[in-house]
Design a protein. Structure first.
Length: 580
């Protein structure tokens, strides 16, 4: 082997790692809402968590990515530590799928059907189809499918290149001596752990081992301890991810480490005993790609079978290793770790936005109550809720901008844009709730009262605001187009009510039935109520425009109003319901 073979091997390795990376990202995007729904059905039942971890990891081809997501879920309070334990166990089994796919490169036979299974036979076809889909696909789904095929073709081409360049290593005495040294199981475990920690992917590290096996110098006796070490090395990503996380998230990362360390320690001991006392011949024989894939799967399945009954003990152990804190930490609504899985991060944004919407709605409801029944407790509740809407708008806006810069599908990007538009409306509803509260406080401090006529006129417009708020929030929370369509007719009625009530109050002031000071408060209240209705209209308009695949709110509202008999009928119903 000369310098040119070394350069070729490095090029092959680079293509292999690059192909695995872009394929994993595209698989993640392509899974989209499916990945969200799978993770949304998590329960504490061991079987469900185990299968979820296996399935998600098999799809995104990375146990490290799955574990990082799990740490993000625990840090955000979306998953308990017990749930995380089972998902992490499943992820360790799911990651073995990649090694089986890579082992196809080692197939050799004169049979035409067997030869068709070799990646060198079908990879060029996949690459061609991938290029066509990527360059001509109009939808993100087609482009992502093309990227998956191109990524797979790239990693297989890199693996073949790397294997071919390394084949000459079998004749190098130093290389043979290196793998003789790895016959020492402890050195093998350390080597596997170091390599995997360096490239942060056990799947890639197993692929490199399979490529080295093509030299014929890697025995099963050396390969098995290296595989065990690779499981420990993959914990590096999770441990780094837990830095700065809360206590339970650190415990989840520790679970991943302990699971692999304990499993490796137990089965390495068994391996050494078998080798020492039984001397099986196959351990001295050269390892094949298929054999390495099988050893990888068997080891991870055995670790899971060993640790599954000990999940409770594992939880107790990490609770002691990472003790309780002083209670000052809190859950993180939007964890940056979830950005590694954009579809899941978007779902979390929607959940936080739903919390924001409900908080703003509750603040306004309290403010409407305070107009006629002010209490200090109501005032405190309204201000606390408004402060929370401000905080949620800040973190959601920042997070959604970061998410939009990630490689996400067109559909998810549109959803992120919709949330960005609507959180501003939720925040303004909270602000108007405080404005209404300040009007109620001004009336109380100055000992002002509305006339009997004004109190009677206040009921229809506050009733209309309560209903339009409920319609807008339900339309957003449930993506309900029918409910969204009912908002705009009611908003038109609120506009008319505002002008009518303002005119009536001016007439009362002219007759001396109401003071000028009360008139100013009345005018401010009507303005705030009318603007709340405007924001509800914006929210419903966003729900509608997204359903029609465009981002033009004015066009959506125009289409709703023009030549729409249903709109006119609903507006007439609301005028009758809230007449003064």
């Amino acid at each position: 082997m000369d310098i040119f073979d070394l350069l070729t091997a490095l090029g092959g390795l680079s293509l292999f790692l690059f192909g695995m990376n872009i394929m994993g990202q595209a698989l993640e995007r392509r899974a989209g809402s499916g990945l969200r729904s799978v993770l949304g059905r998590l329960t504490s039942r061991p079987a469900v968590g185990l299968l979820t971890g296996m399935g998600v990891t098999a799809v995104i081809q990375s146990s490290s990515a799955t574990t990082v997501m799990v740490i993000g879920f625990v840090n955000s309070g979306l998953m308990t530590l017990k749930q995380a334990i089972y998902v992490i166990m499943g992820a360790n089994v799911g990651t073995t799928v990649t090694a089986w796919v890579l082992s196809l490169a080692g197939l050799s036979s004169g049979n035409v059907w067997v030869r068709l299974l070799k990646p060198s036979s079908f990879t060029p076809v996949l690459a061609l189809v991938g290029v066509i889909l990527y360059m001509s696909g109009r939808s993100d789904k087609k482009r992502d499918t093309g990227t998956i095929l191109l990524g797979f073709a790239t990693l297989m081409f890199g693996l073949e290149t790397m294997s071919g360049a390394m084949s000459g290593l079998g004749e190098v005495p130093g290389f043979r001596q290196l793998f003789v040294a790895f016959q020492n199981p402890v050195l093998g475990v350390l080597a596997g752990a170091a390599l995997t920690a360096l490239i942060q992917s056990s799947s890639a590290s197993v692929g490199i081992l399979q490529a080295l096996a093509a030299t014929g110098q890697v025995s099963y006796g050396a390969a098995i301890p290296i595989i065990m070490g690779q499981n420990i090395g993959t914990c590096a990503t999770a441990m780094l991810s837990s830095v700065g996380a809360n206590r339970n998230a650190k415990r989840a990362a520790m679970v991943h480490l302990l699971f692999n360390v304990v499993g490796t320690a137990v089965w390495l001991t068994v391996f050494c005993c078998v080798r020492l006392f039984l001397h099986p011949n196959f351990l001295e024989g050269p390892a094949s790609r298929l054999g390495i894939a099988a050893a990888h799967s068997v080891f991870n399945v055995l670790c899971t079978l060993l640790m599954l009954p000990l999940a409770g003990a594992l939880e107790t152990m990490v609770n002691r290793l990472v003790p309780e804190s002083d209670g000052s930490e809190r859950l993180v609504e939007l964890d940056p770790r979830l950005l590694a899985a954009p579809p899941v991060a978007l779902e979390r944004c929607r959940e936080v936005a739903a919390d924001m919407a409900k908080t703003a709605g509750a603040a306004l409801e309290d403010a409407l109550t305070a107009l006629t029944g002010y209490t200090p407790d109501l005032a405190k509740s309204i201000r606390e809720r408004e402060e929370r809407t401000d905080y949620l708008e800040d973190i959601l806006g920042t997070y959604l901008v970061k998410l939009s810069a990630s490689p996400i599908s067109q559909e998810d990007n549109a959803q992120a844009a919709k949330l960005l538009k609507m959180i501003g409306d939720f925040e303004r509803i909270g602000d108007h709730a405080v404005n209404l509260l300040e009007s109620a406080e001004a009336m109380k401090e100055k000992e002002l009262t509305f006339s009997g006529a004004a109190r009677r006129e206040l009921e229809p417009i506050t009733g209309a605001i309560r209903e339009i708020l409920e319609l807008a929030l339900n339309a957003f929370l449930n993506d309900d187009l029918e409910t969204a369509a009912r908002v705009e007719p009611l908003e038109e009625v609120v506009d008319s009510l505002k002008e009518e009530l303002r005119s009536r109050h001016i007439r009362r002031m002219q007759k001396g039935e109401c003071s000028l000071e009360v008139g100013f408060v009345w005018s401010d209240m009507l303005t705030d109520l009318e603007r709340v209705a405007d924001h509800c209209s914006n929210i419903a308009g966003c729900v509608t425009e997204m359903a029609h695949n465009h981002m033009n709110l004015h066009e959506s509202l125009r289409e709703l109003r023009e030549d729409n008999g249903q709109f006119r009928r609903q507006a007439a119903e609301y005028r009758k319901k809230y007449s003064v």
